[in-house]
Design a protein around this ligand. Structure first.
Ligand SMILES: Nc1ncnc2c1ncn2[C@@H]1O[C@H](COP(=O)(O)OP(=O)(O)OP(=O)(O)O)[C@@H](O)[C@H]1O
Ligand SMILES: [Zn+2]
Length: 660
């Protein structure tokens, strides 16, 4: 594929319905931000103009004056007519009078209120005495009641007008006259040409696997309906930017051959309150019309972040939009055949309302690719390029750890551009390495981890894994990776075979030793430790404190529960400083013992540690079977099988012996 990496968010229309005629695509998001500023500017202008208008009209019309200003004019015999209703007094002067303290401003028509403590009788006598005519109808004829009503309603009317105008534009898209005159319902991306399929996605096979049943459901929703099976309504794709979440969603639609609707959540909340929700309603209703179909909502965290967190701006709108999405999803009968796929870079900040069953209850993690994955992504993105024979994509993949699919696509494209610039016939290895240099220079963060750091990470993770495998009764190690994800440079994953509800002291110690394994490995191999173990230590401290203060696993403290489970706050009664000192001391003792044990074990098994680290450096990600094979340790399952086999052999031998 030679096409440049498409902008992350096709800004063509709020619905990003590629293939639908519209205005020229914006090169970036600037115009929309500009549009937003424009809206604000229009609002301000209207406020100012209508304010001026209002003041002007009442300036040469009726002015509201103090009661004392009125009586002063009356005393000066300058009042021509008055009209009164309730405590309100309107009137007209004979000649323009000065507004007290009004910087020389004058008035003819006025309105004022008679304070309740003023003497009506006296006022009436004076009016009669000065021969002021008392009108039976309002005297402030200038603007008149109708006109003043108009004036006071004008700003509101204008605001409503602008609101309607802007919201029409918002719904209709920002693409020219069509968008202004009428709204354009969301349209799906055209189904026929250039469909994206799983063949366009590489390096994230597990994720494809997890999405397969969604594809199947979309292909034949009737079969599911007949069986009364409920399908997930929402799938949440969580992972760092550029890992192919959008691509995946599109591929699911492509595989299933269903219409694909796409919107970015941030587009909803740039609108005025209420518009986001109505656009959500509209989007879902269009998608239902052509169901089965997929709605893709990018950046769901912009509206779906936890509501307890502090919110800055657009709060109401966000809430309303989010609620509307949730309502629409709740409204699905399950056989509607609309699957909502949402993407986020930050799943951890999402409101739990979103991940509740029946909503985005399926969370699929999308991680940056490992070496093999990078190679196949490069293969996809160089598919359409004439490659010189000296190009070794496997080697390029090996030198680009940490790069995401989007970055690799960009790399391939840069190489092709360089080849064109030098009028080459093919893309060469040189083009690729020049492109890599260019891409890295332009990147805000180093895309490639220094080799030394990778090595250290490989040892750190191997330390976790090896100790995990060596602890009797510990959870099996499932996966180790040194592909950075989030803030972690590497990850070691162990999960139990079955849910555990109670833990033995031995198991907990094993967990602590495993968690200290990263630090211990750095100590054993390098003699120093780095800051990379912060999370590990948090975990370790938590477990050790729990053992001492909650689960009665320290002899010195005895079978006391000193800490309340959730808060880690001492129970009132046991809060004696002496007791807390004891808790700290015992926690420290357990951790130090475990750390010593971790270091000792790793020194003893140094060869296995080296083997694991080397395999990790080479492959970046190791799966369970591979891990145990490299370390030369039987998996728990294999060990059980071997034991069973040995027993059978023994029985057979015994049997054979008997026969003899
Ligand atoms: N796994 C992959 N296989 C092939 N191409 C990929 C892969 N991941 C990313 N790409 C390329 O990178 C481009 C951008 O990826 P995409 O927009 O899907 O990432 P994203 O995870 O949705 O990013 P964001 O979180 O910024 O929206 C894709 O169009 C594709 O060309
Ligand atoms: Zn660690």
């Amino acid at each position: 594929m030679t096409a440049p990496v498409p902008p992350r968010h096709d800004p063509q229309s709020p619905w990003r319905s590629e293939g639908v005629p519209g205005g020229p695509p914006r090169p970036d998001g600037r115009r929309r931000r500009g549009g937003c500023l424009l809206q604000i500017a229009i609002f301000l202008a209207i406020y100012i103009v209508s304010g001026l208008l209002y003041n002007n009209m009442s300036g040469d019309g009726t002015r509201s004056v103090d009661y004392t200003a009125f009586t002063a004019q009356l005393d000066a015999n300058n009042v021509k007519t008055v009209y009164s209703r309730g405590s309100q007094i309107q009137g007209m002067l004979k000649t323009a009078g000065k507004v007290p303290g009004g910087d020389g401003a004058t008035f003819v028509r006025f309105t004022t209120y008679k304070p309740s403590f003023a003497d009506s009788g006296q006022l009436w006598r004076e009016i009669q005495q000065k021969k002021v005519s008392v009108s039976a109808s309002p005297v402030a004829q200038g603007p008149g009641l109708g006109r003043s009503l108009l004036v006071s309603l004008l700003p509101t009317a204008l605001l409503i007008g602008v609101w309607v105008f802007v919201s029409r534009r918002a719904r209709g898209g920002l693409d020219g006259v069509g968008g202004i005159l009428g709204r354009k319902p969301p349209k799906p991306v055209e189904a026929e040409r250039g469909r994206t399929t799983f063949a366009d996605v590489a390096g994230i096979d597990e994720v494809e696997g997890e999405l397969n049943d969604v594809v199947d459901f979309l292909k034949r929703p009737d079969a599911y309906r007949r069986m009364g099976a409920k399908m997930p309504r929402g799938v949440l794709l969580a992972g760092p930017p550029g890992t192919g979440k959008t691509l995946l969603a599109r591929a699911v639609a492509g595989e299933a051959g269903v219409p694909f609707f796409s919107a970015s959540a941030s587009e909803f909340i740039e609108m005025i309150v209420g518009v986001g929700a109505s656009r959500v309603r509209e989007l879902f209703s269009e998608a239902r019309k052509v169901a089965p179909s997929i709605i893709f909502i990018d950046e769901i965290d912009t509206i779906g972040r936890s509501r307890t967190g502090s919110a800055v701006g657009g709060h109401d709108e966000r809430e309303q939009t989010l609620n509307q999405i949730l309502t629409e999803m709740d409204g699905f009968s399950g056989s509607d055949g609309v699957v909502v796929v949402a993407a986020t870079n930050r799943a951890e900040i999402l409101d739990s309302a979103l991940t509740r069953p029946g909503r985005f209850d399926r969370v699929v993690n999308v991680s940056p690719p490992d070496r093999k994955g990078r190679e196949s992504i490069l293969r996809i993105h160089t598919r359409a390029m004439p490659l010189a024979p000296d190009v070794d994509l496997a080697q390029v993949a090996a030198t680009t750890p940490g790069m995401t699919g989007a970055e690799l696509a960009n790399l391939a494209n840069e190489a092709a551009l360089l080849a064109v610039k030098r009028d080459g016939a093919r893309v060469t290895a040189n083009d690729l390495s020049d492109a890599l240099e260019k891409v890295q220079l332009g990147a805000r963060r180093p895309l490639v981890m220094p080799e030394e750091e990778r090595r250290r990470t490989a040892y750190h993770e191997s330390g976790h894994a090896l100790l995990g495998m060596l602890q009797p009764g510990a959870d099996p190690v499932r996966k180790i990776t040194i592909v950075p994800r989030g803030r972690a440079l590497g990850v070691t994953l162990s999960t139990p075979d079955a849910d555990k509800y109670a833990y033995t002291e031995e198991y907990l110690r094993g967990r602590i030793i495993g968690a200290l394994g990263g630090m211990a490995a750095e100590r054993v191999v390098y003699g120093v430790i780095t800051t990379g173990a912060e999370n590990d230590l948090e975990q370790v401290t938590g477990i050790a404190r729990g053992m001492v203060a909650r689960w009665g696993m320290s002899d010195r403290l005895g079978h006391l529960s000193v800490l309340a489970a959730e808060s880690e706050q001492p129970y009132g009664m046991s809060a004696a400083p002496h007791t807390l000192d004891l808790v700290d001391g015992e926690t420290r003792r357990i951790v130090e013992e475990c750390y010593a044990e971790a270091c000792r074990t790793l020194e003893e098994h140094r060869a296995q540690l080296d083997d694991l680290a080397a395999a990790l450096l080479e492959q970046e990600t190791l799966e369970e079977a591979e891990i145990y094979r490299v370390a030369g340790i039987a998996t728990a399952a294999a060990a059980a099988a071997a034991a069973a086999a040995a027993k059978a052999d023994m029985a057979a031998a015994v049997g054979a012996a008997r026969q003899d």
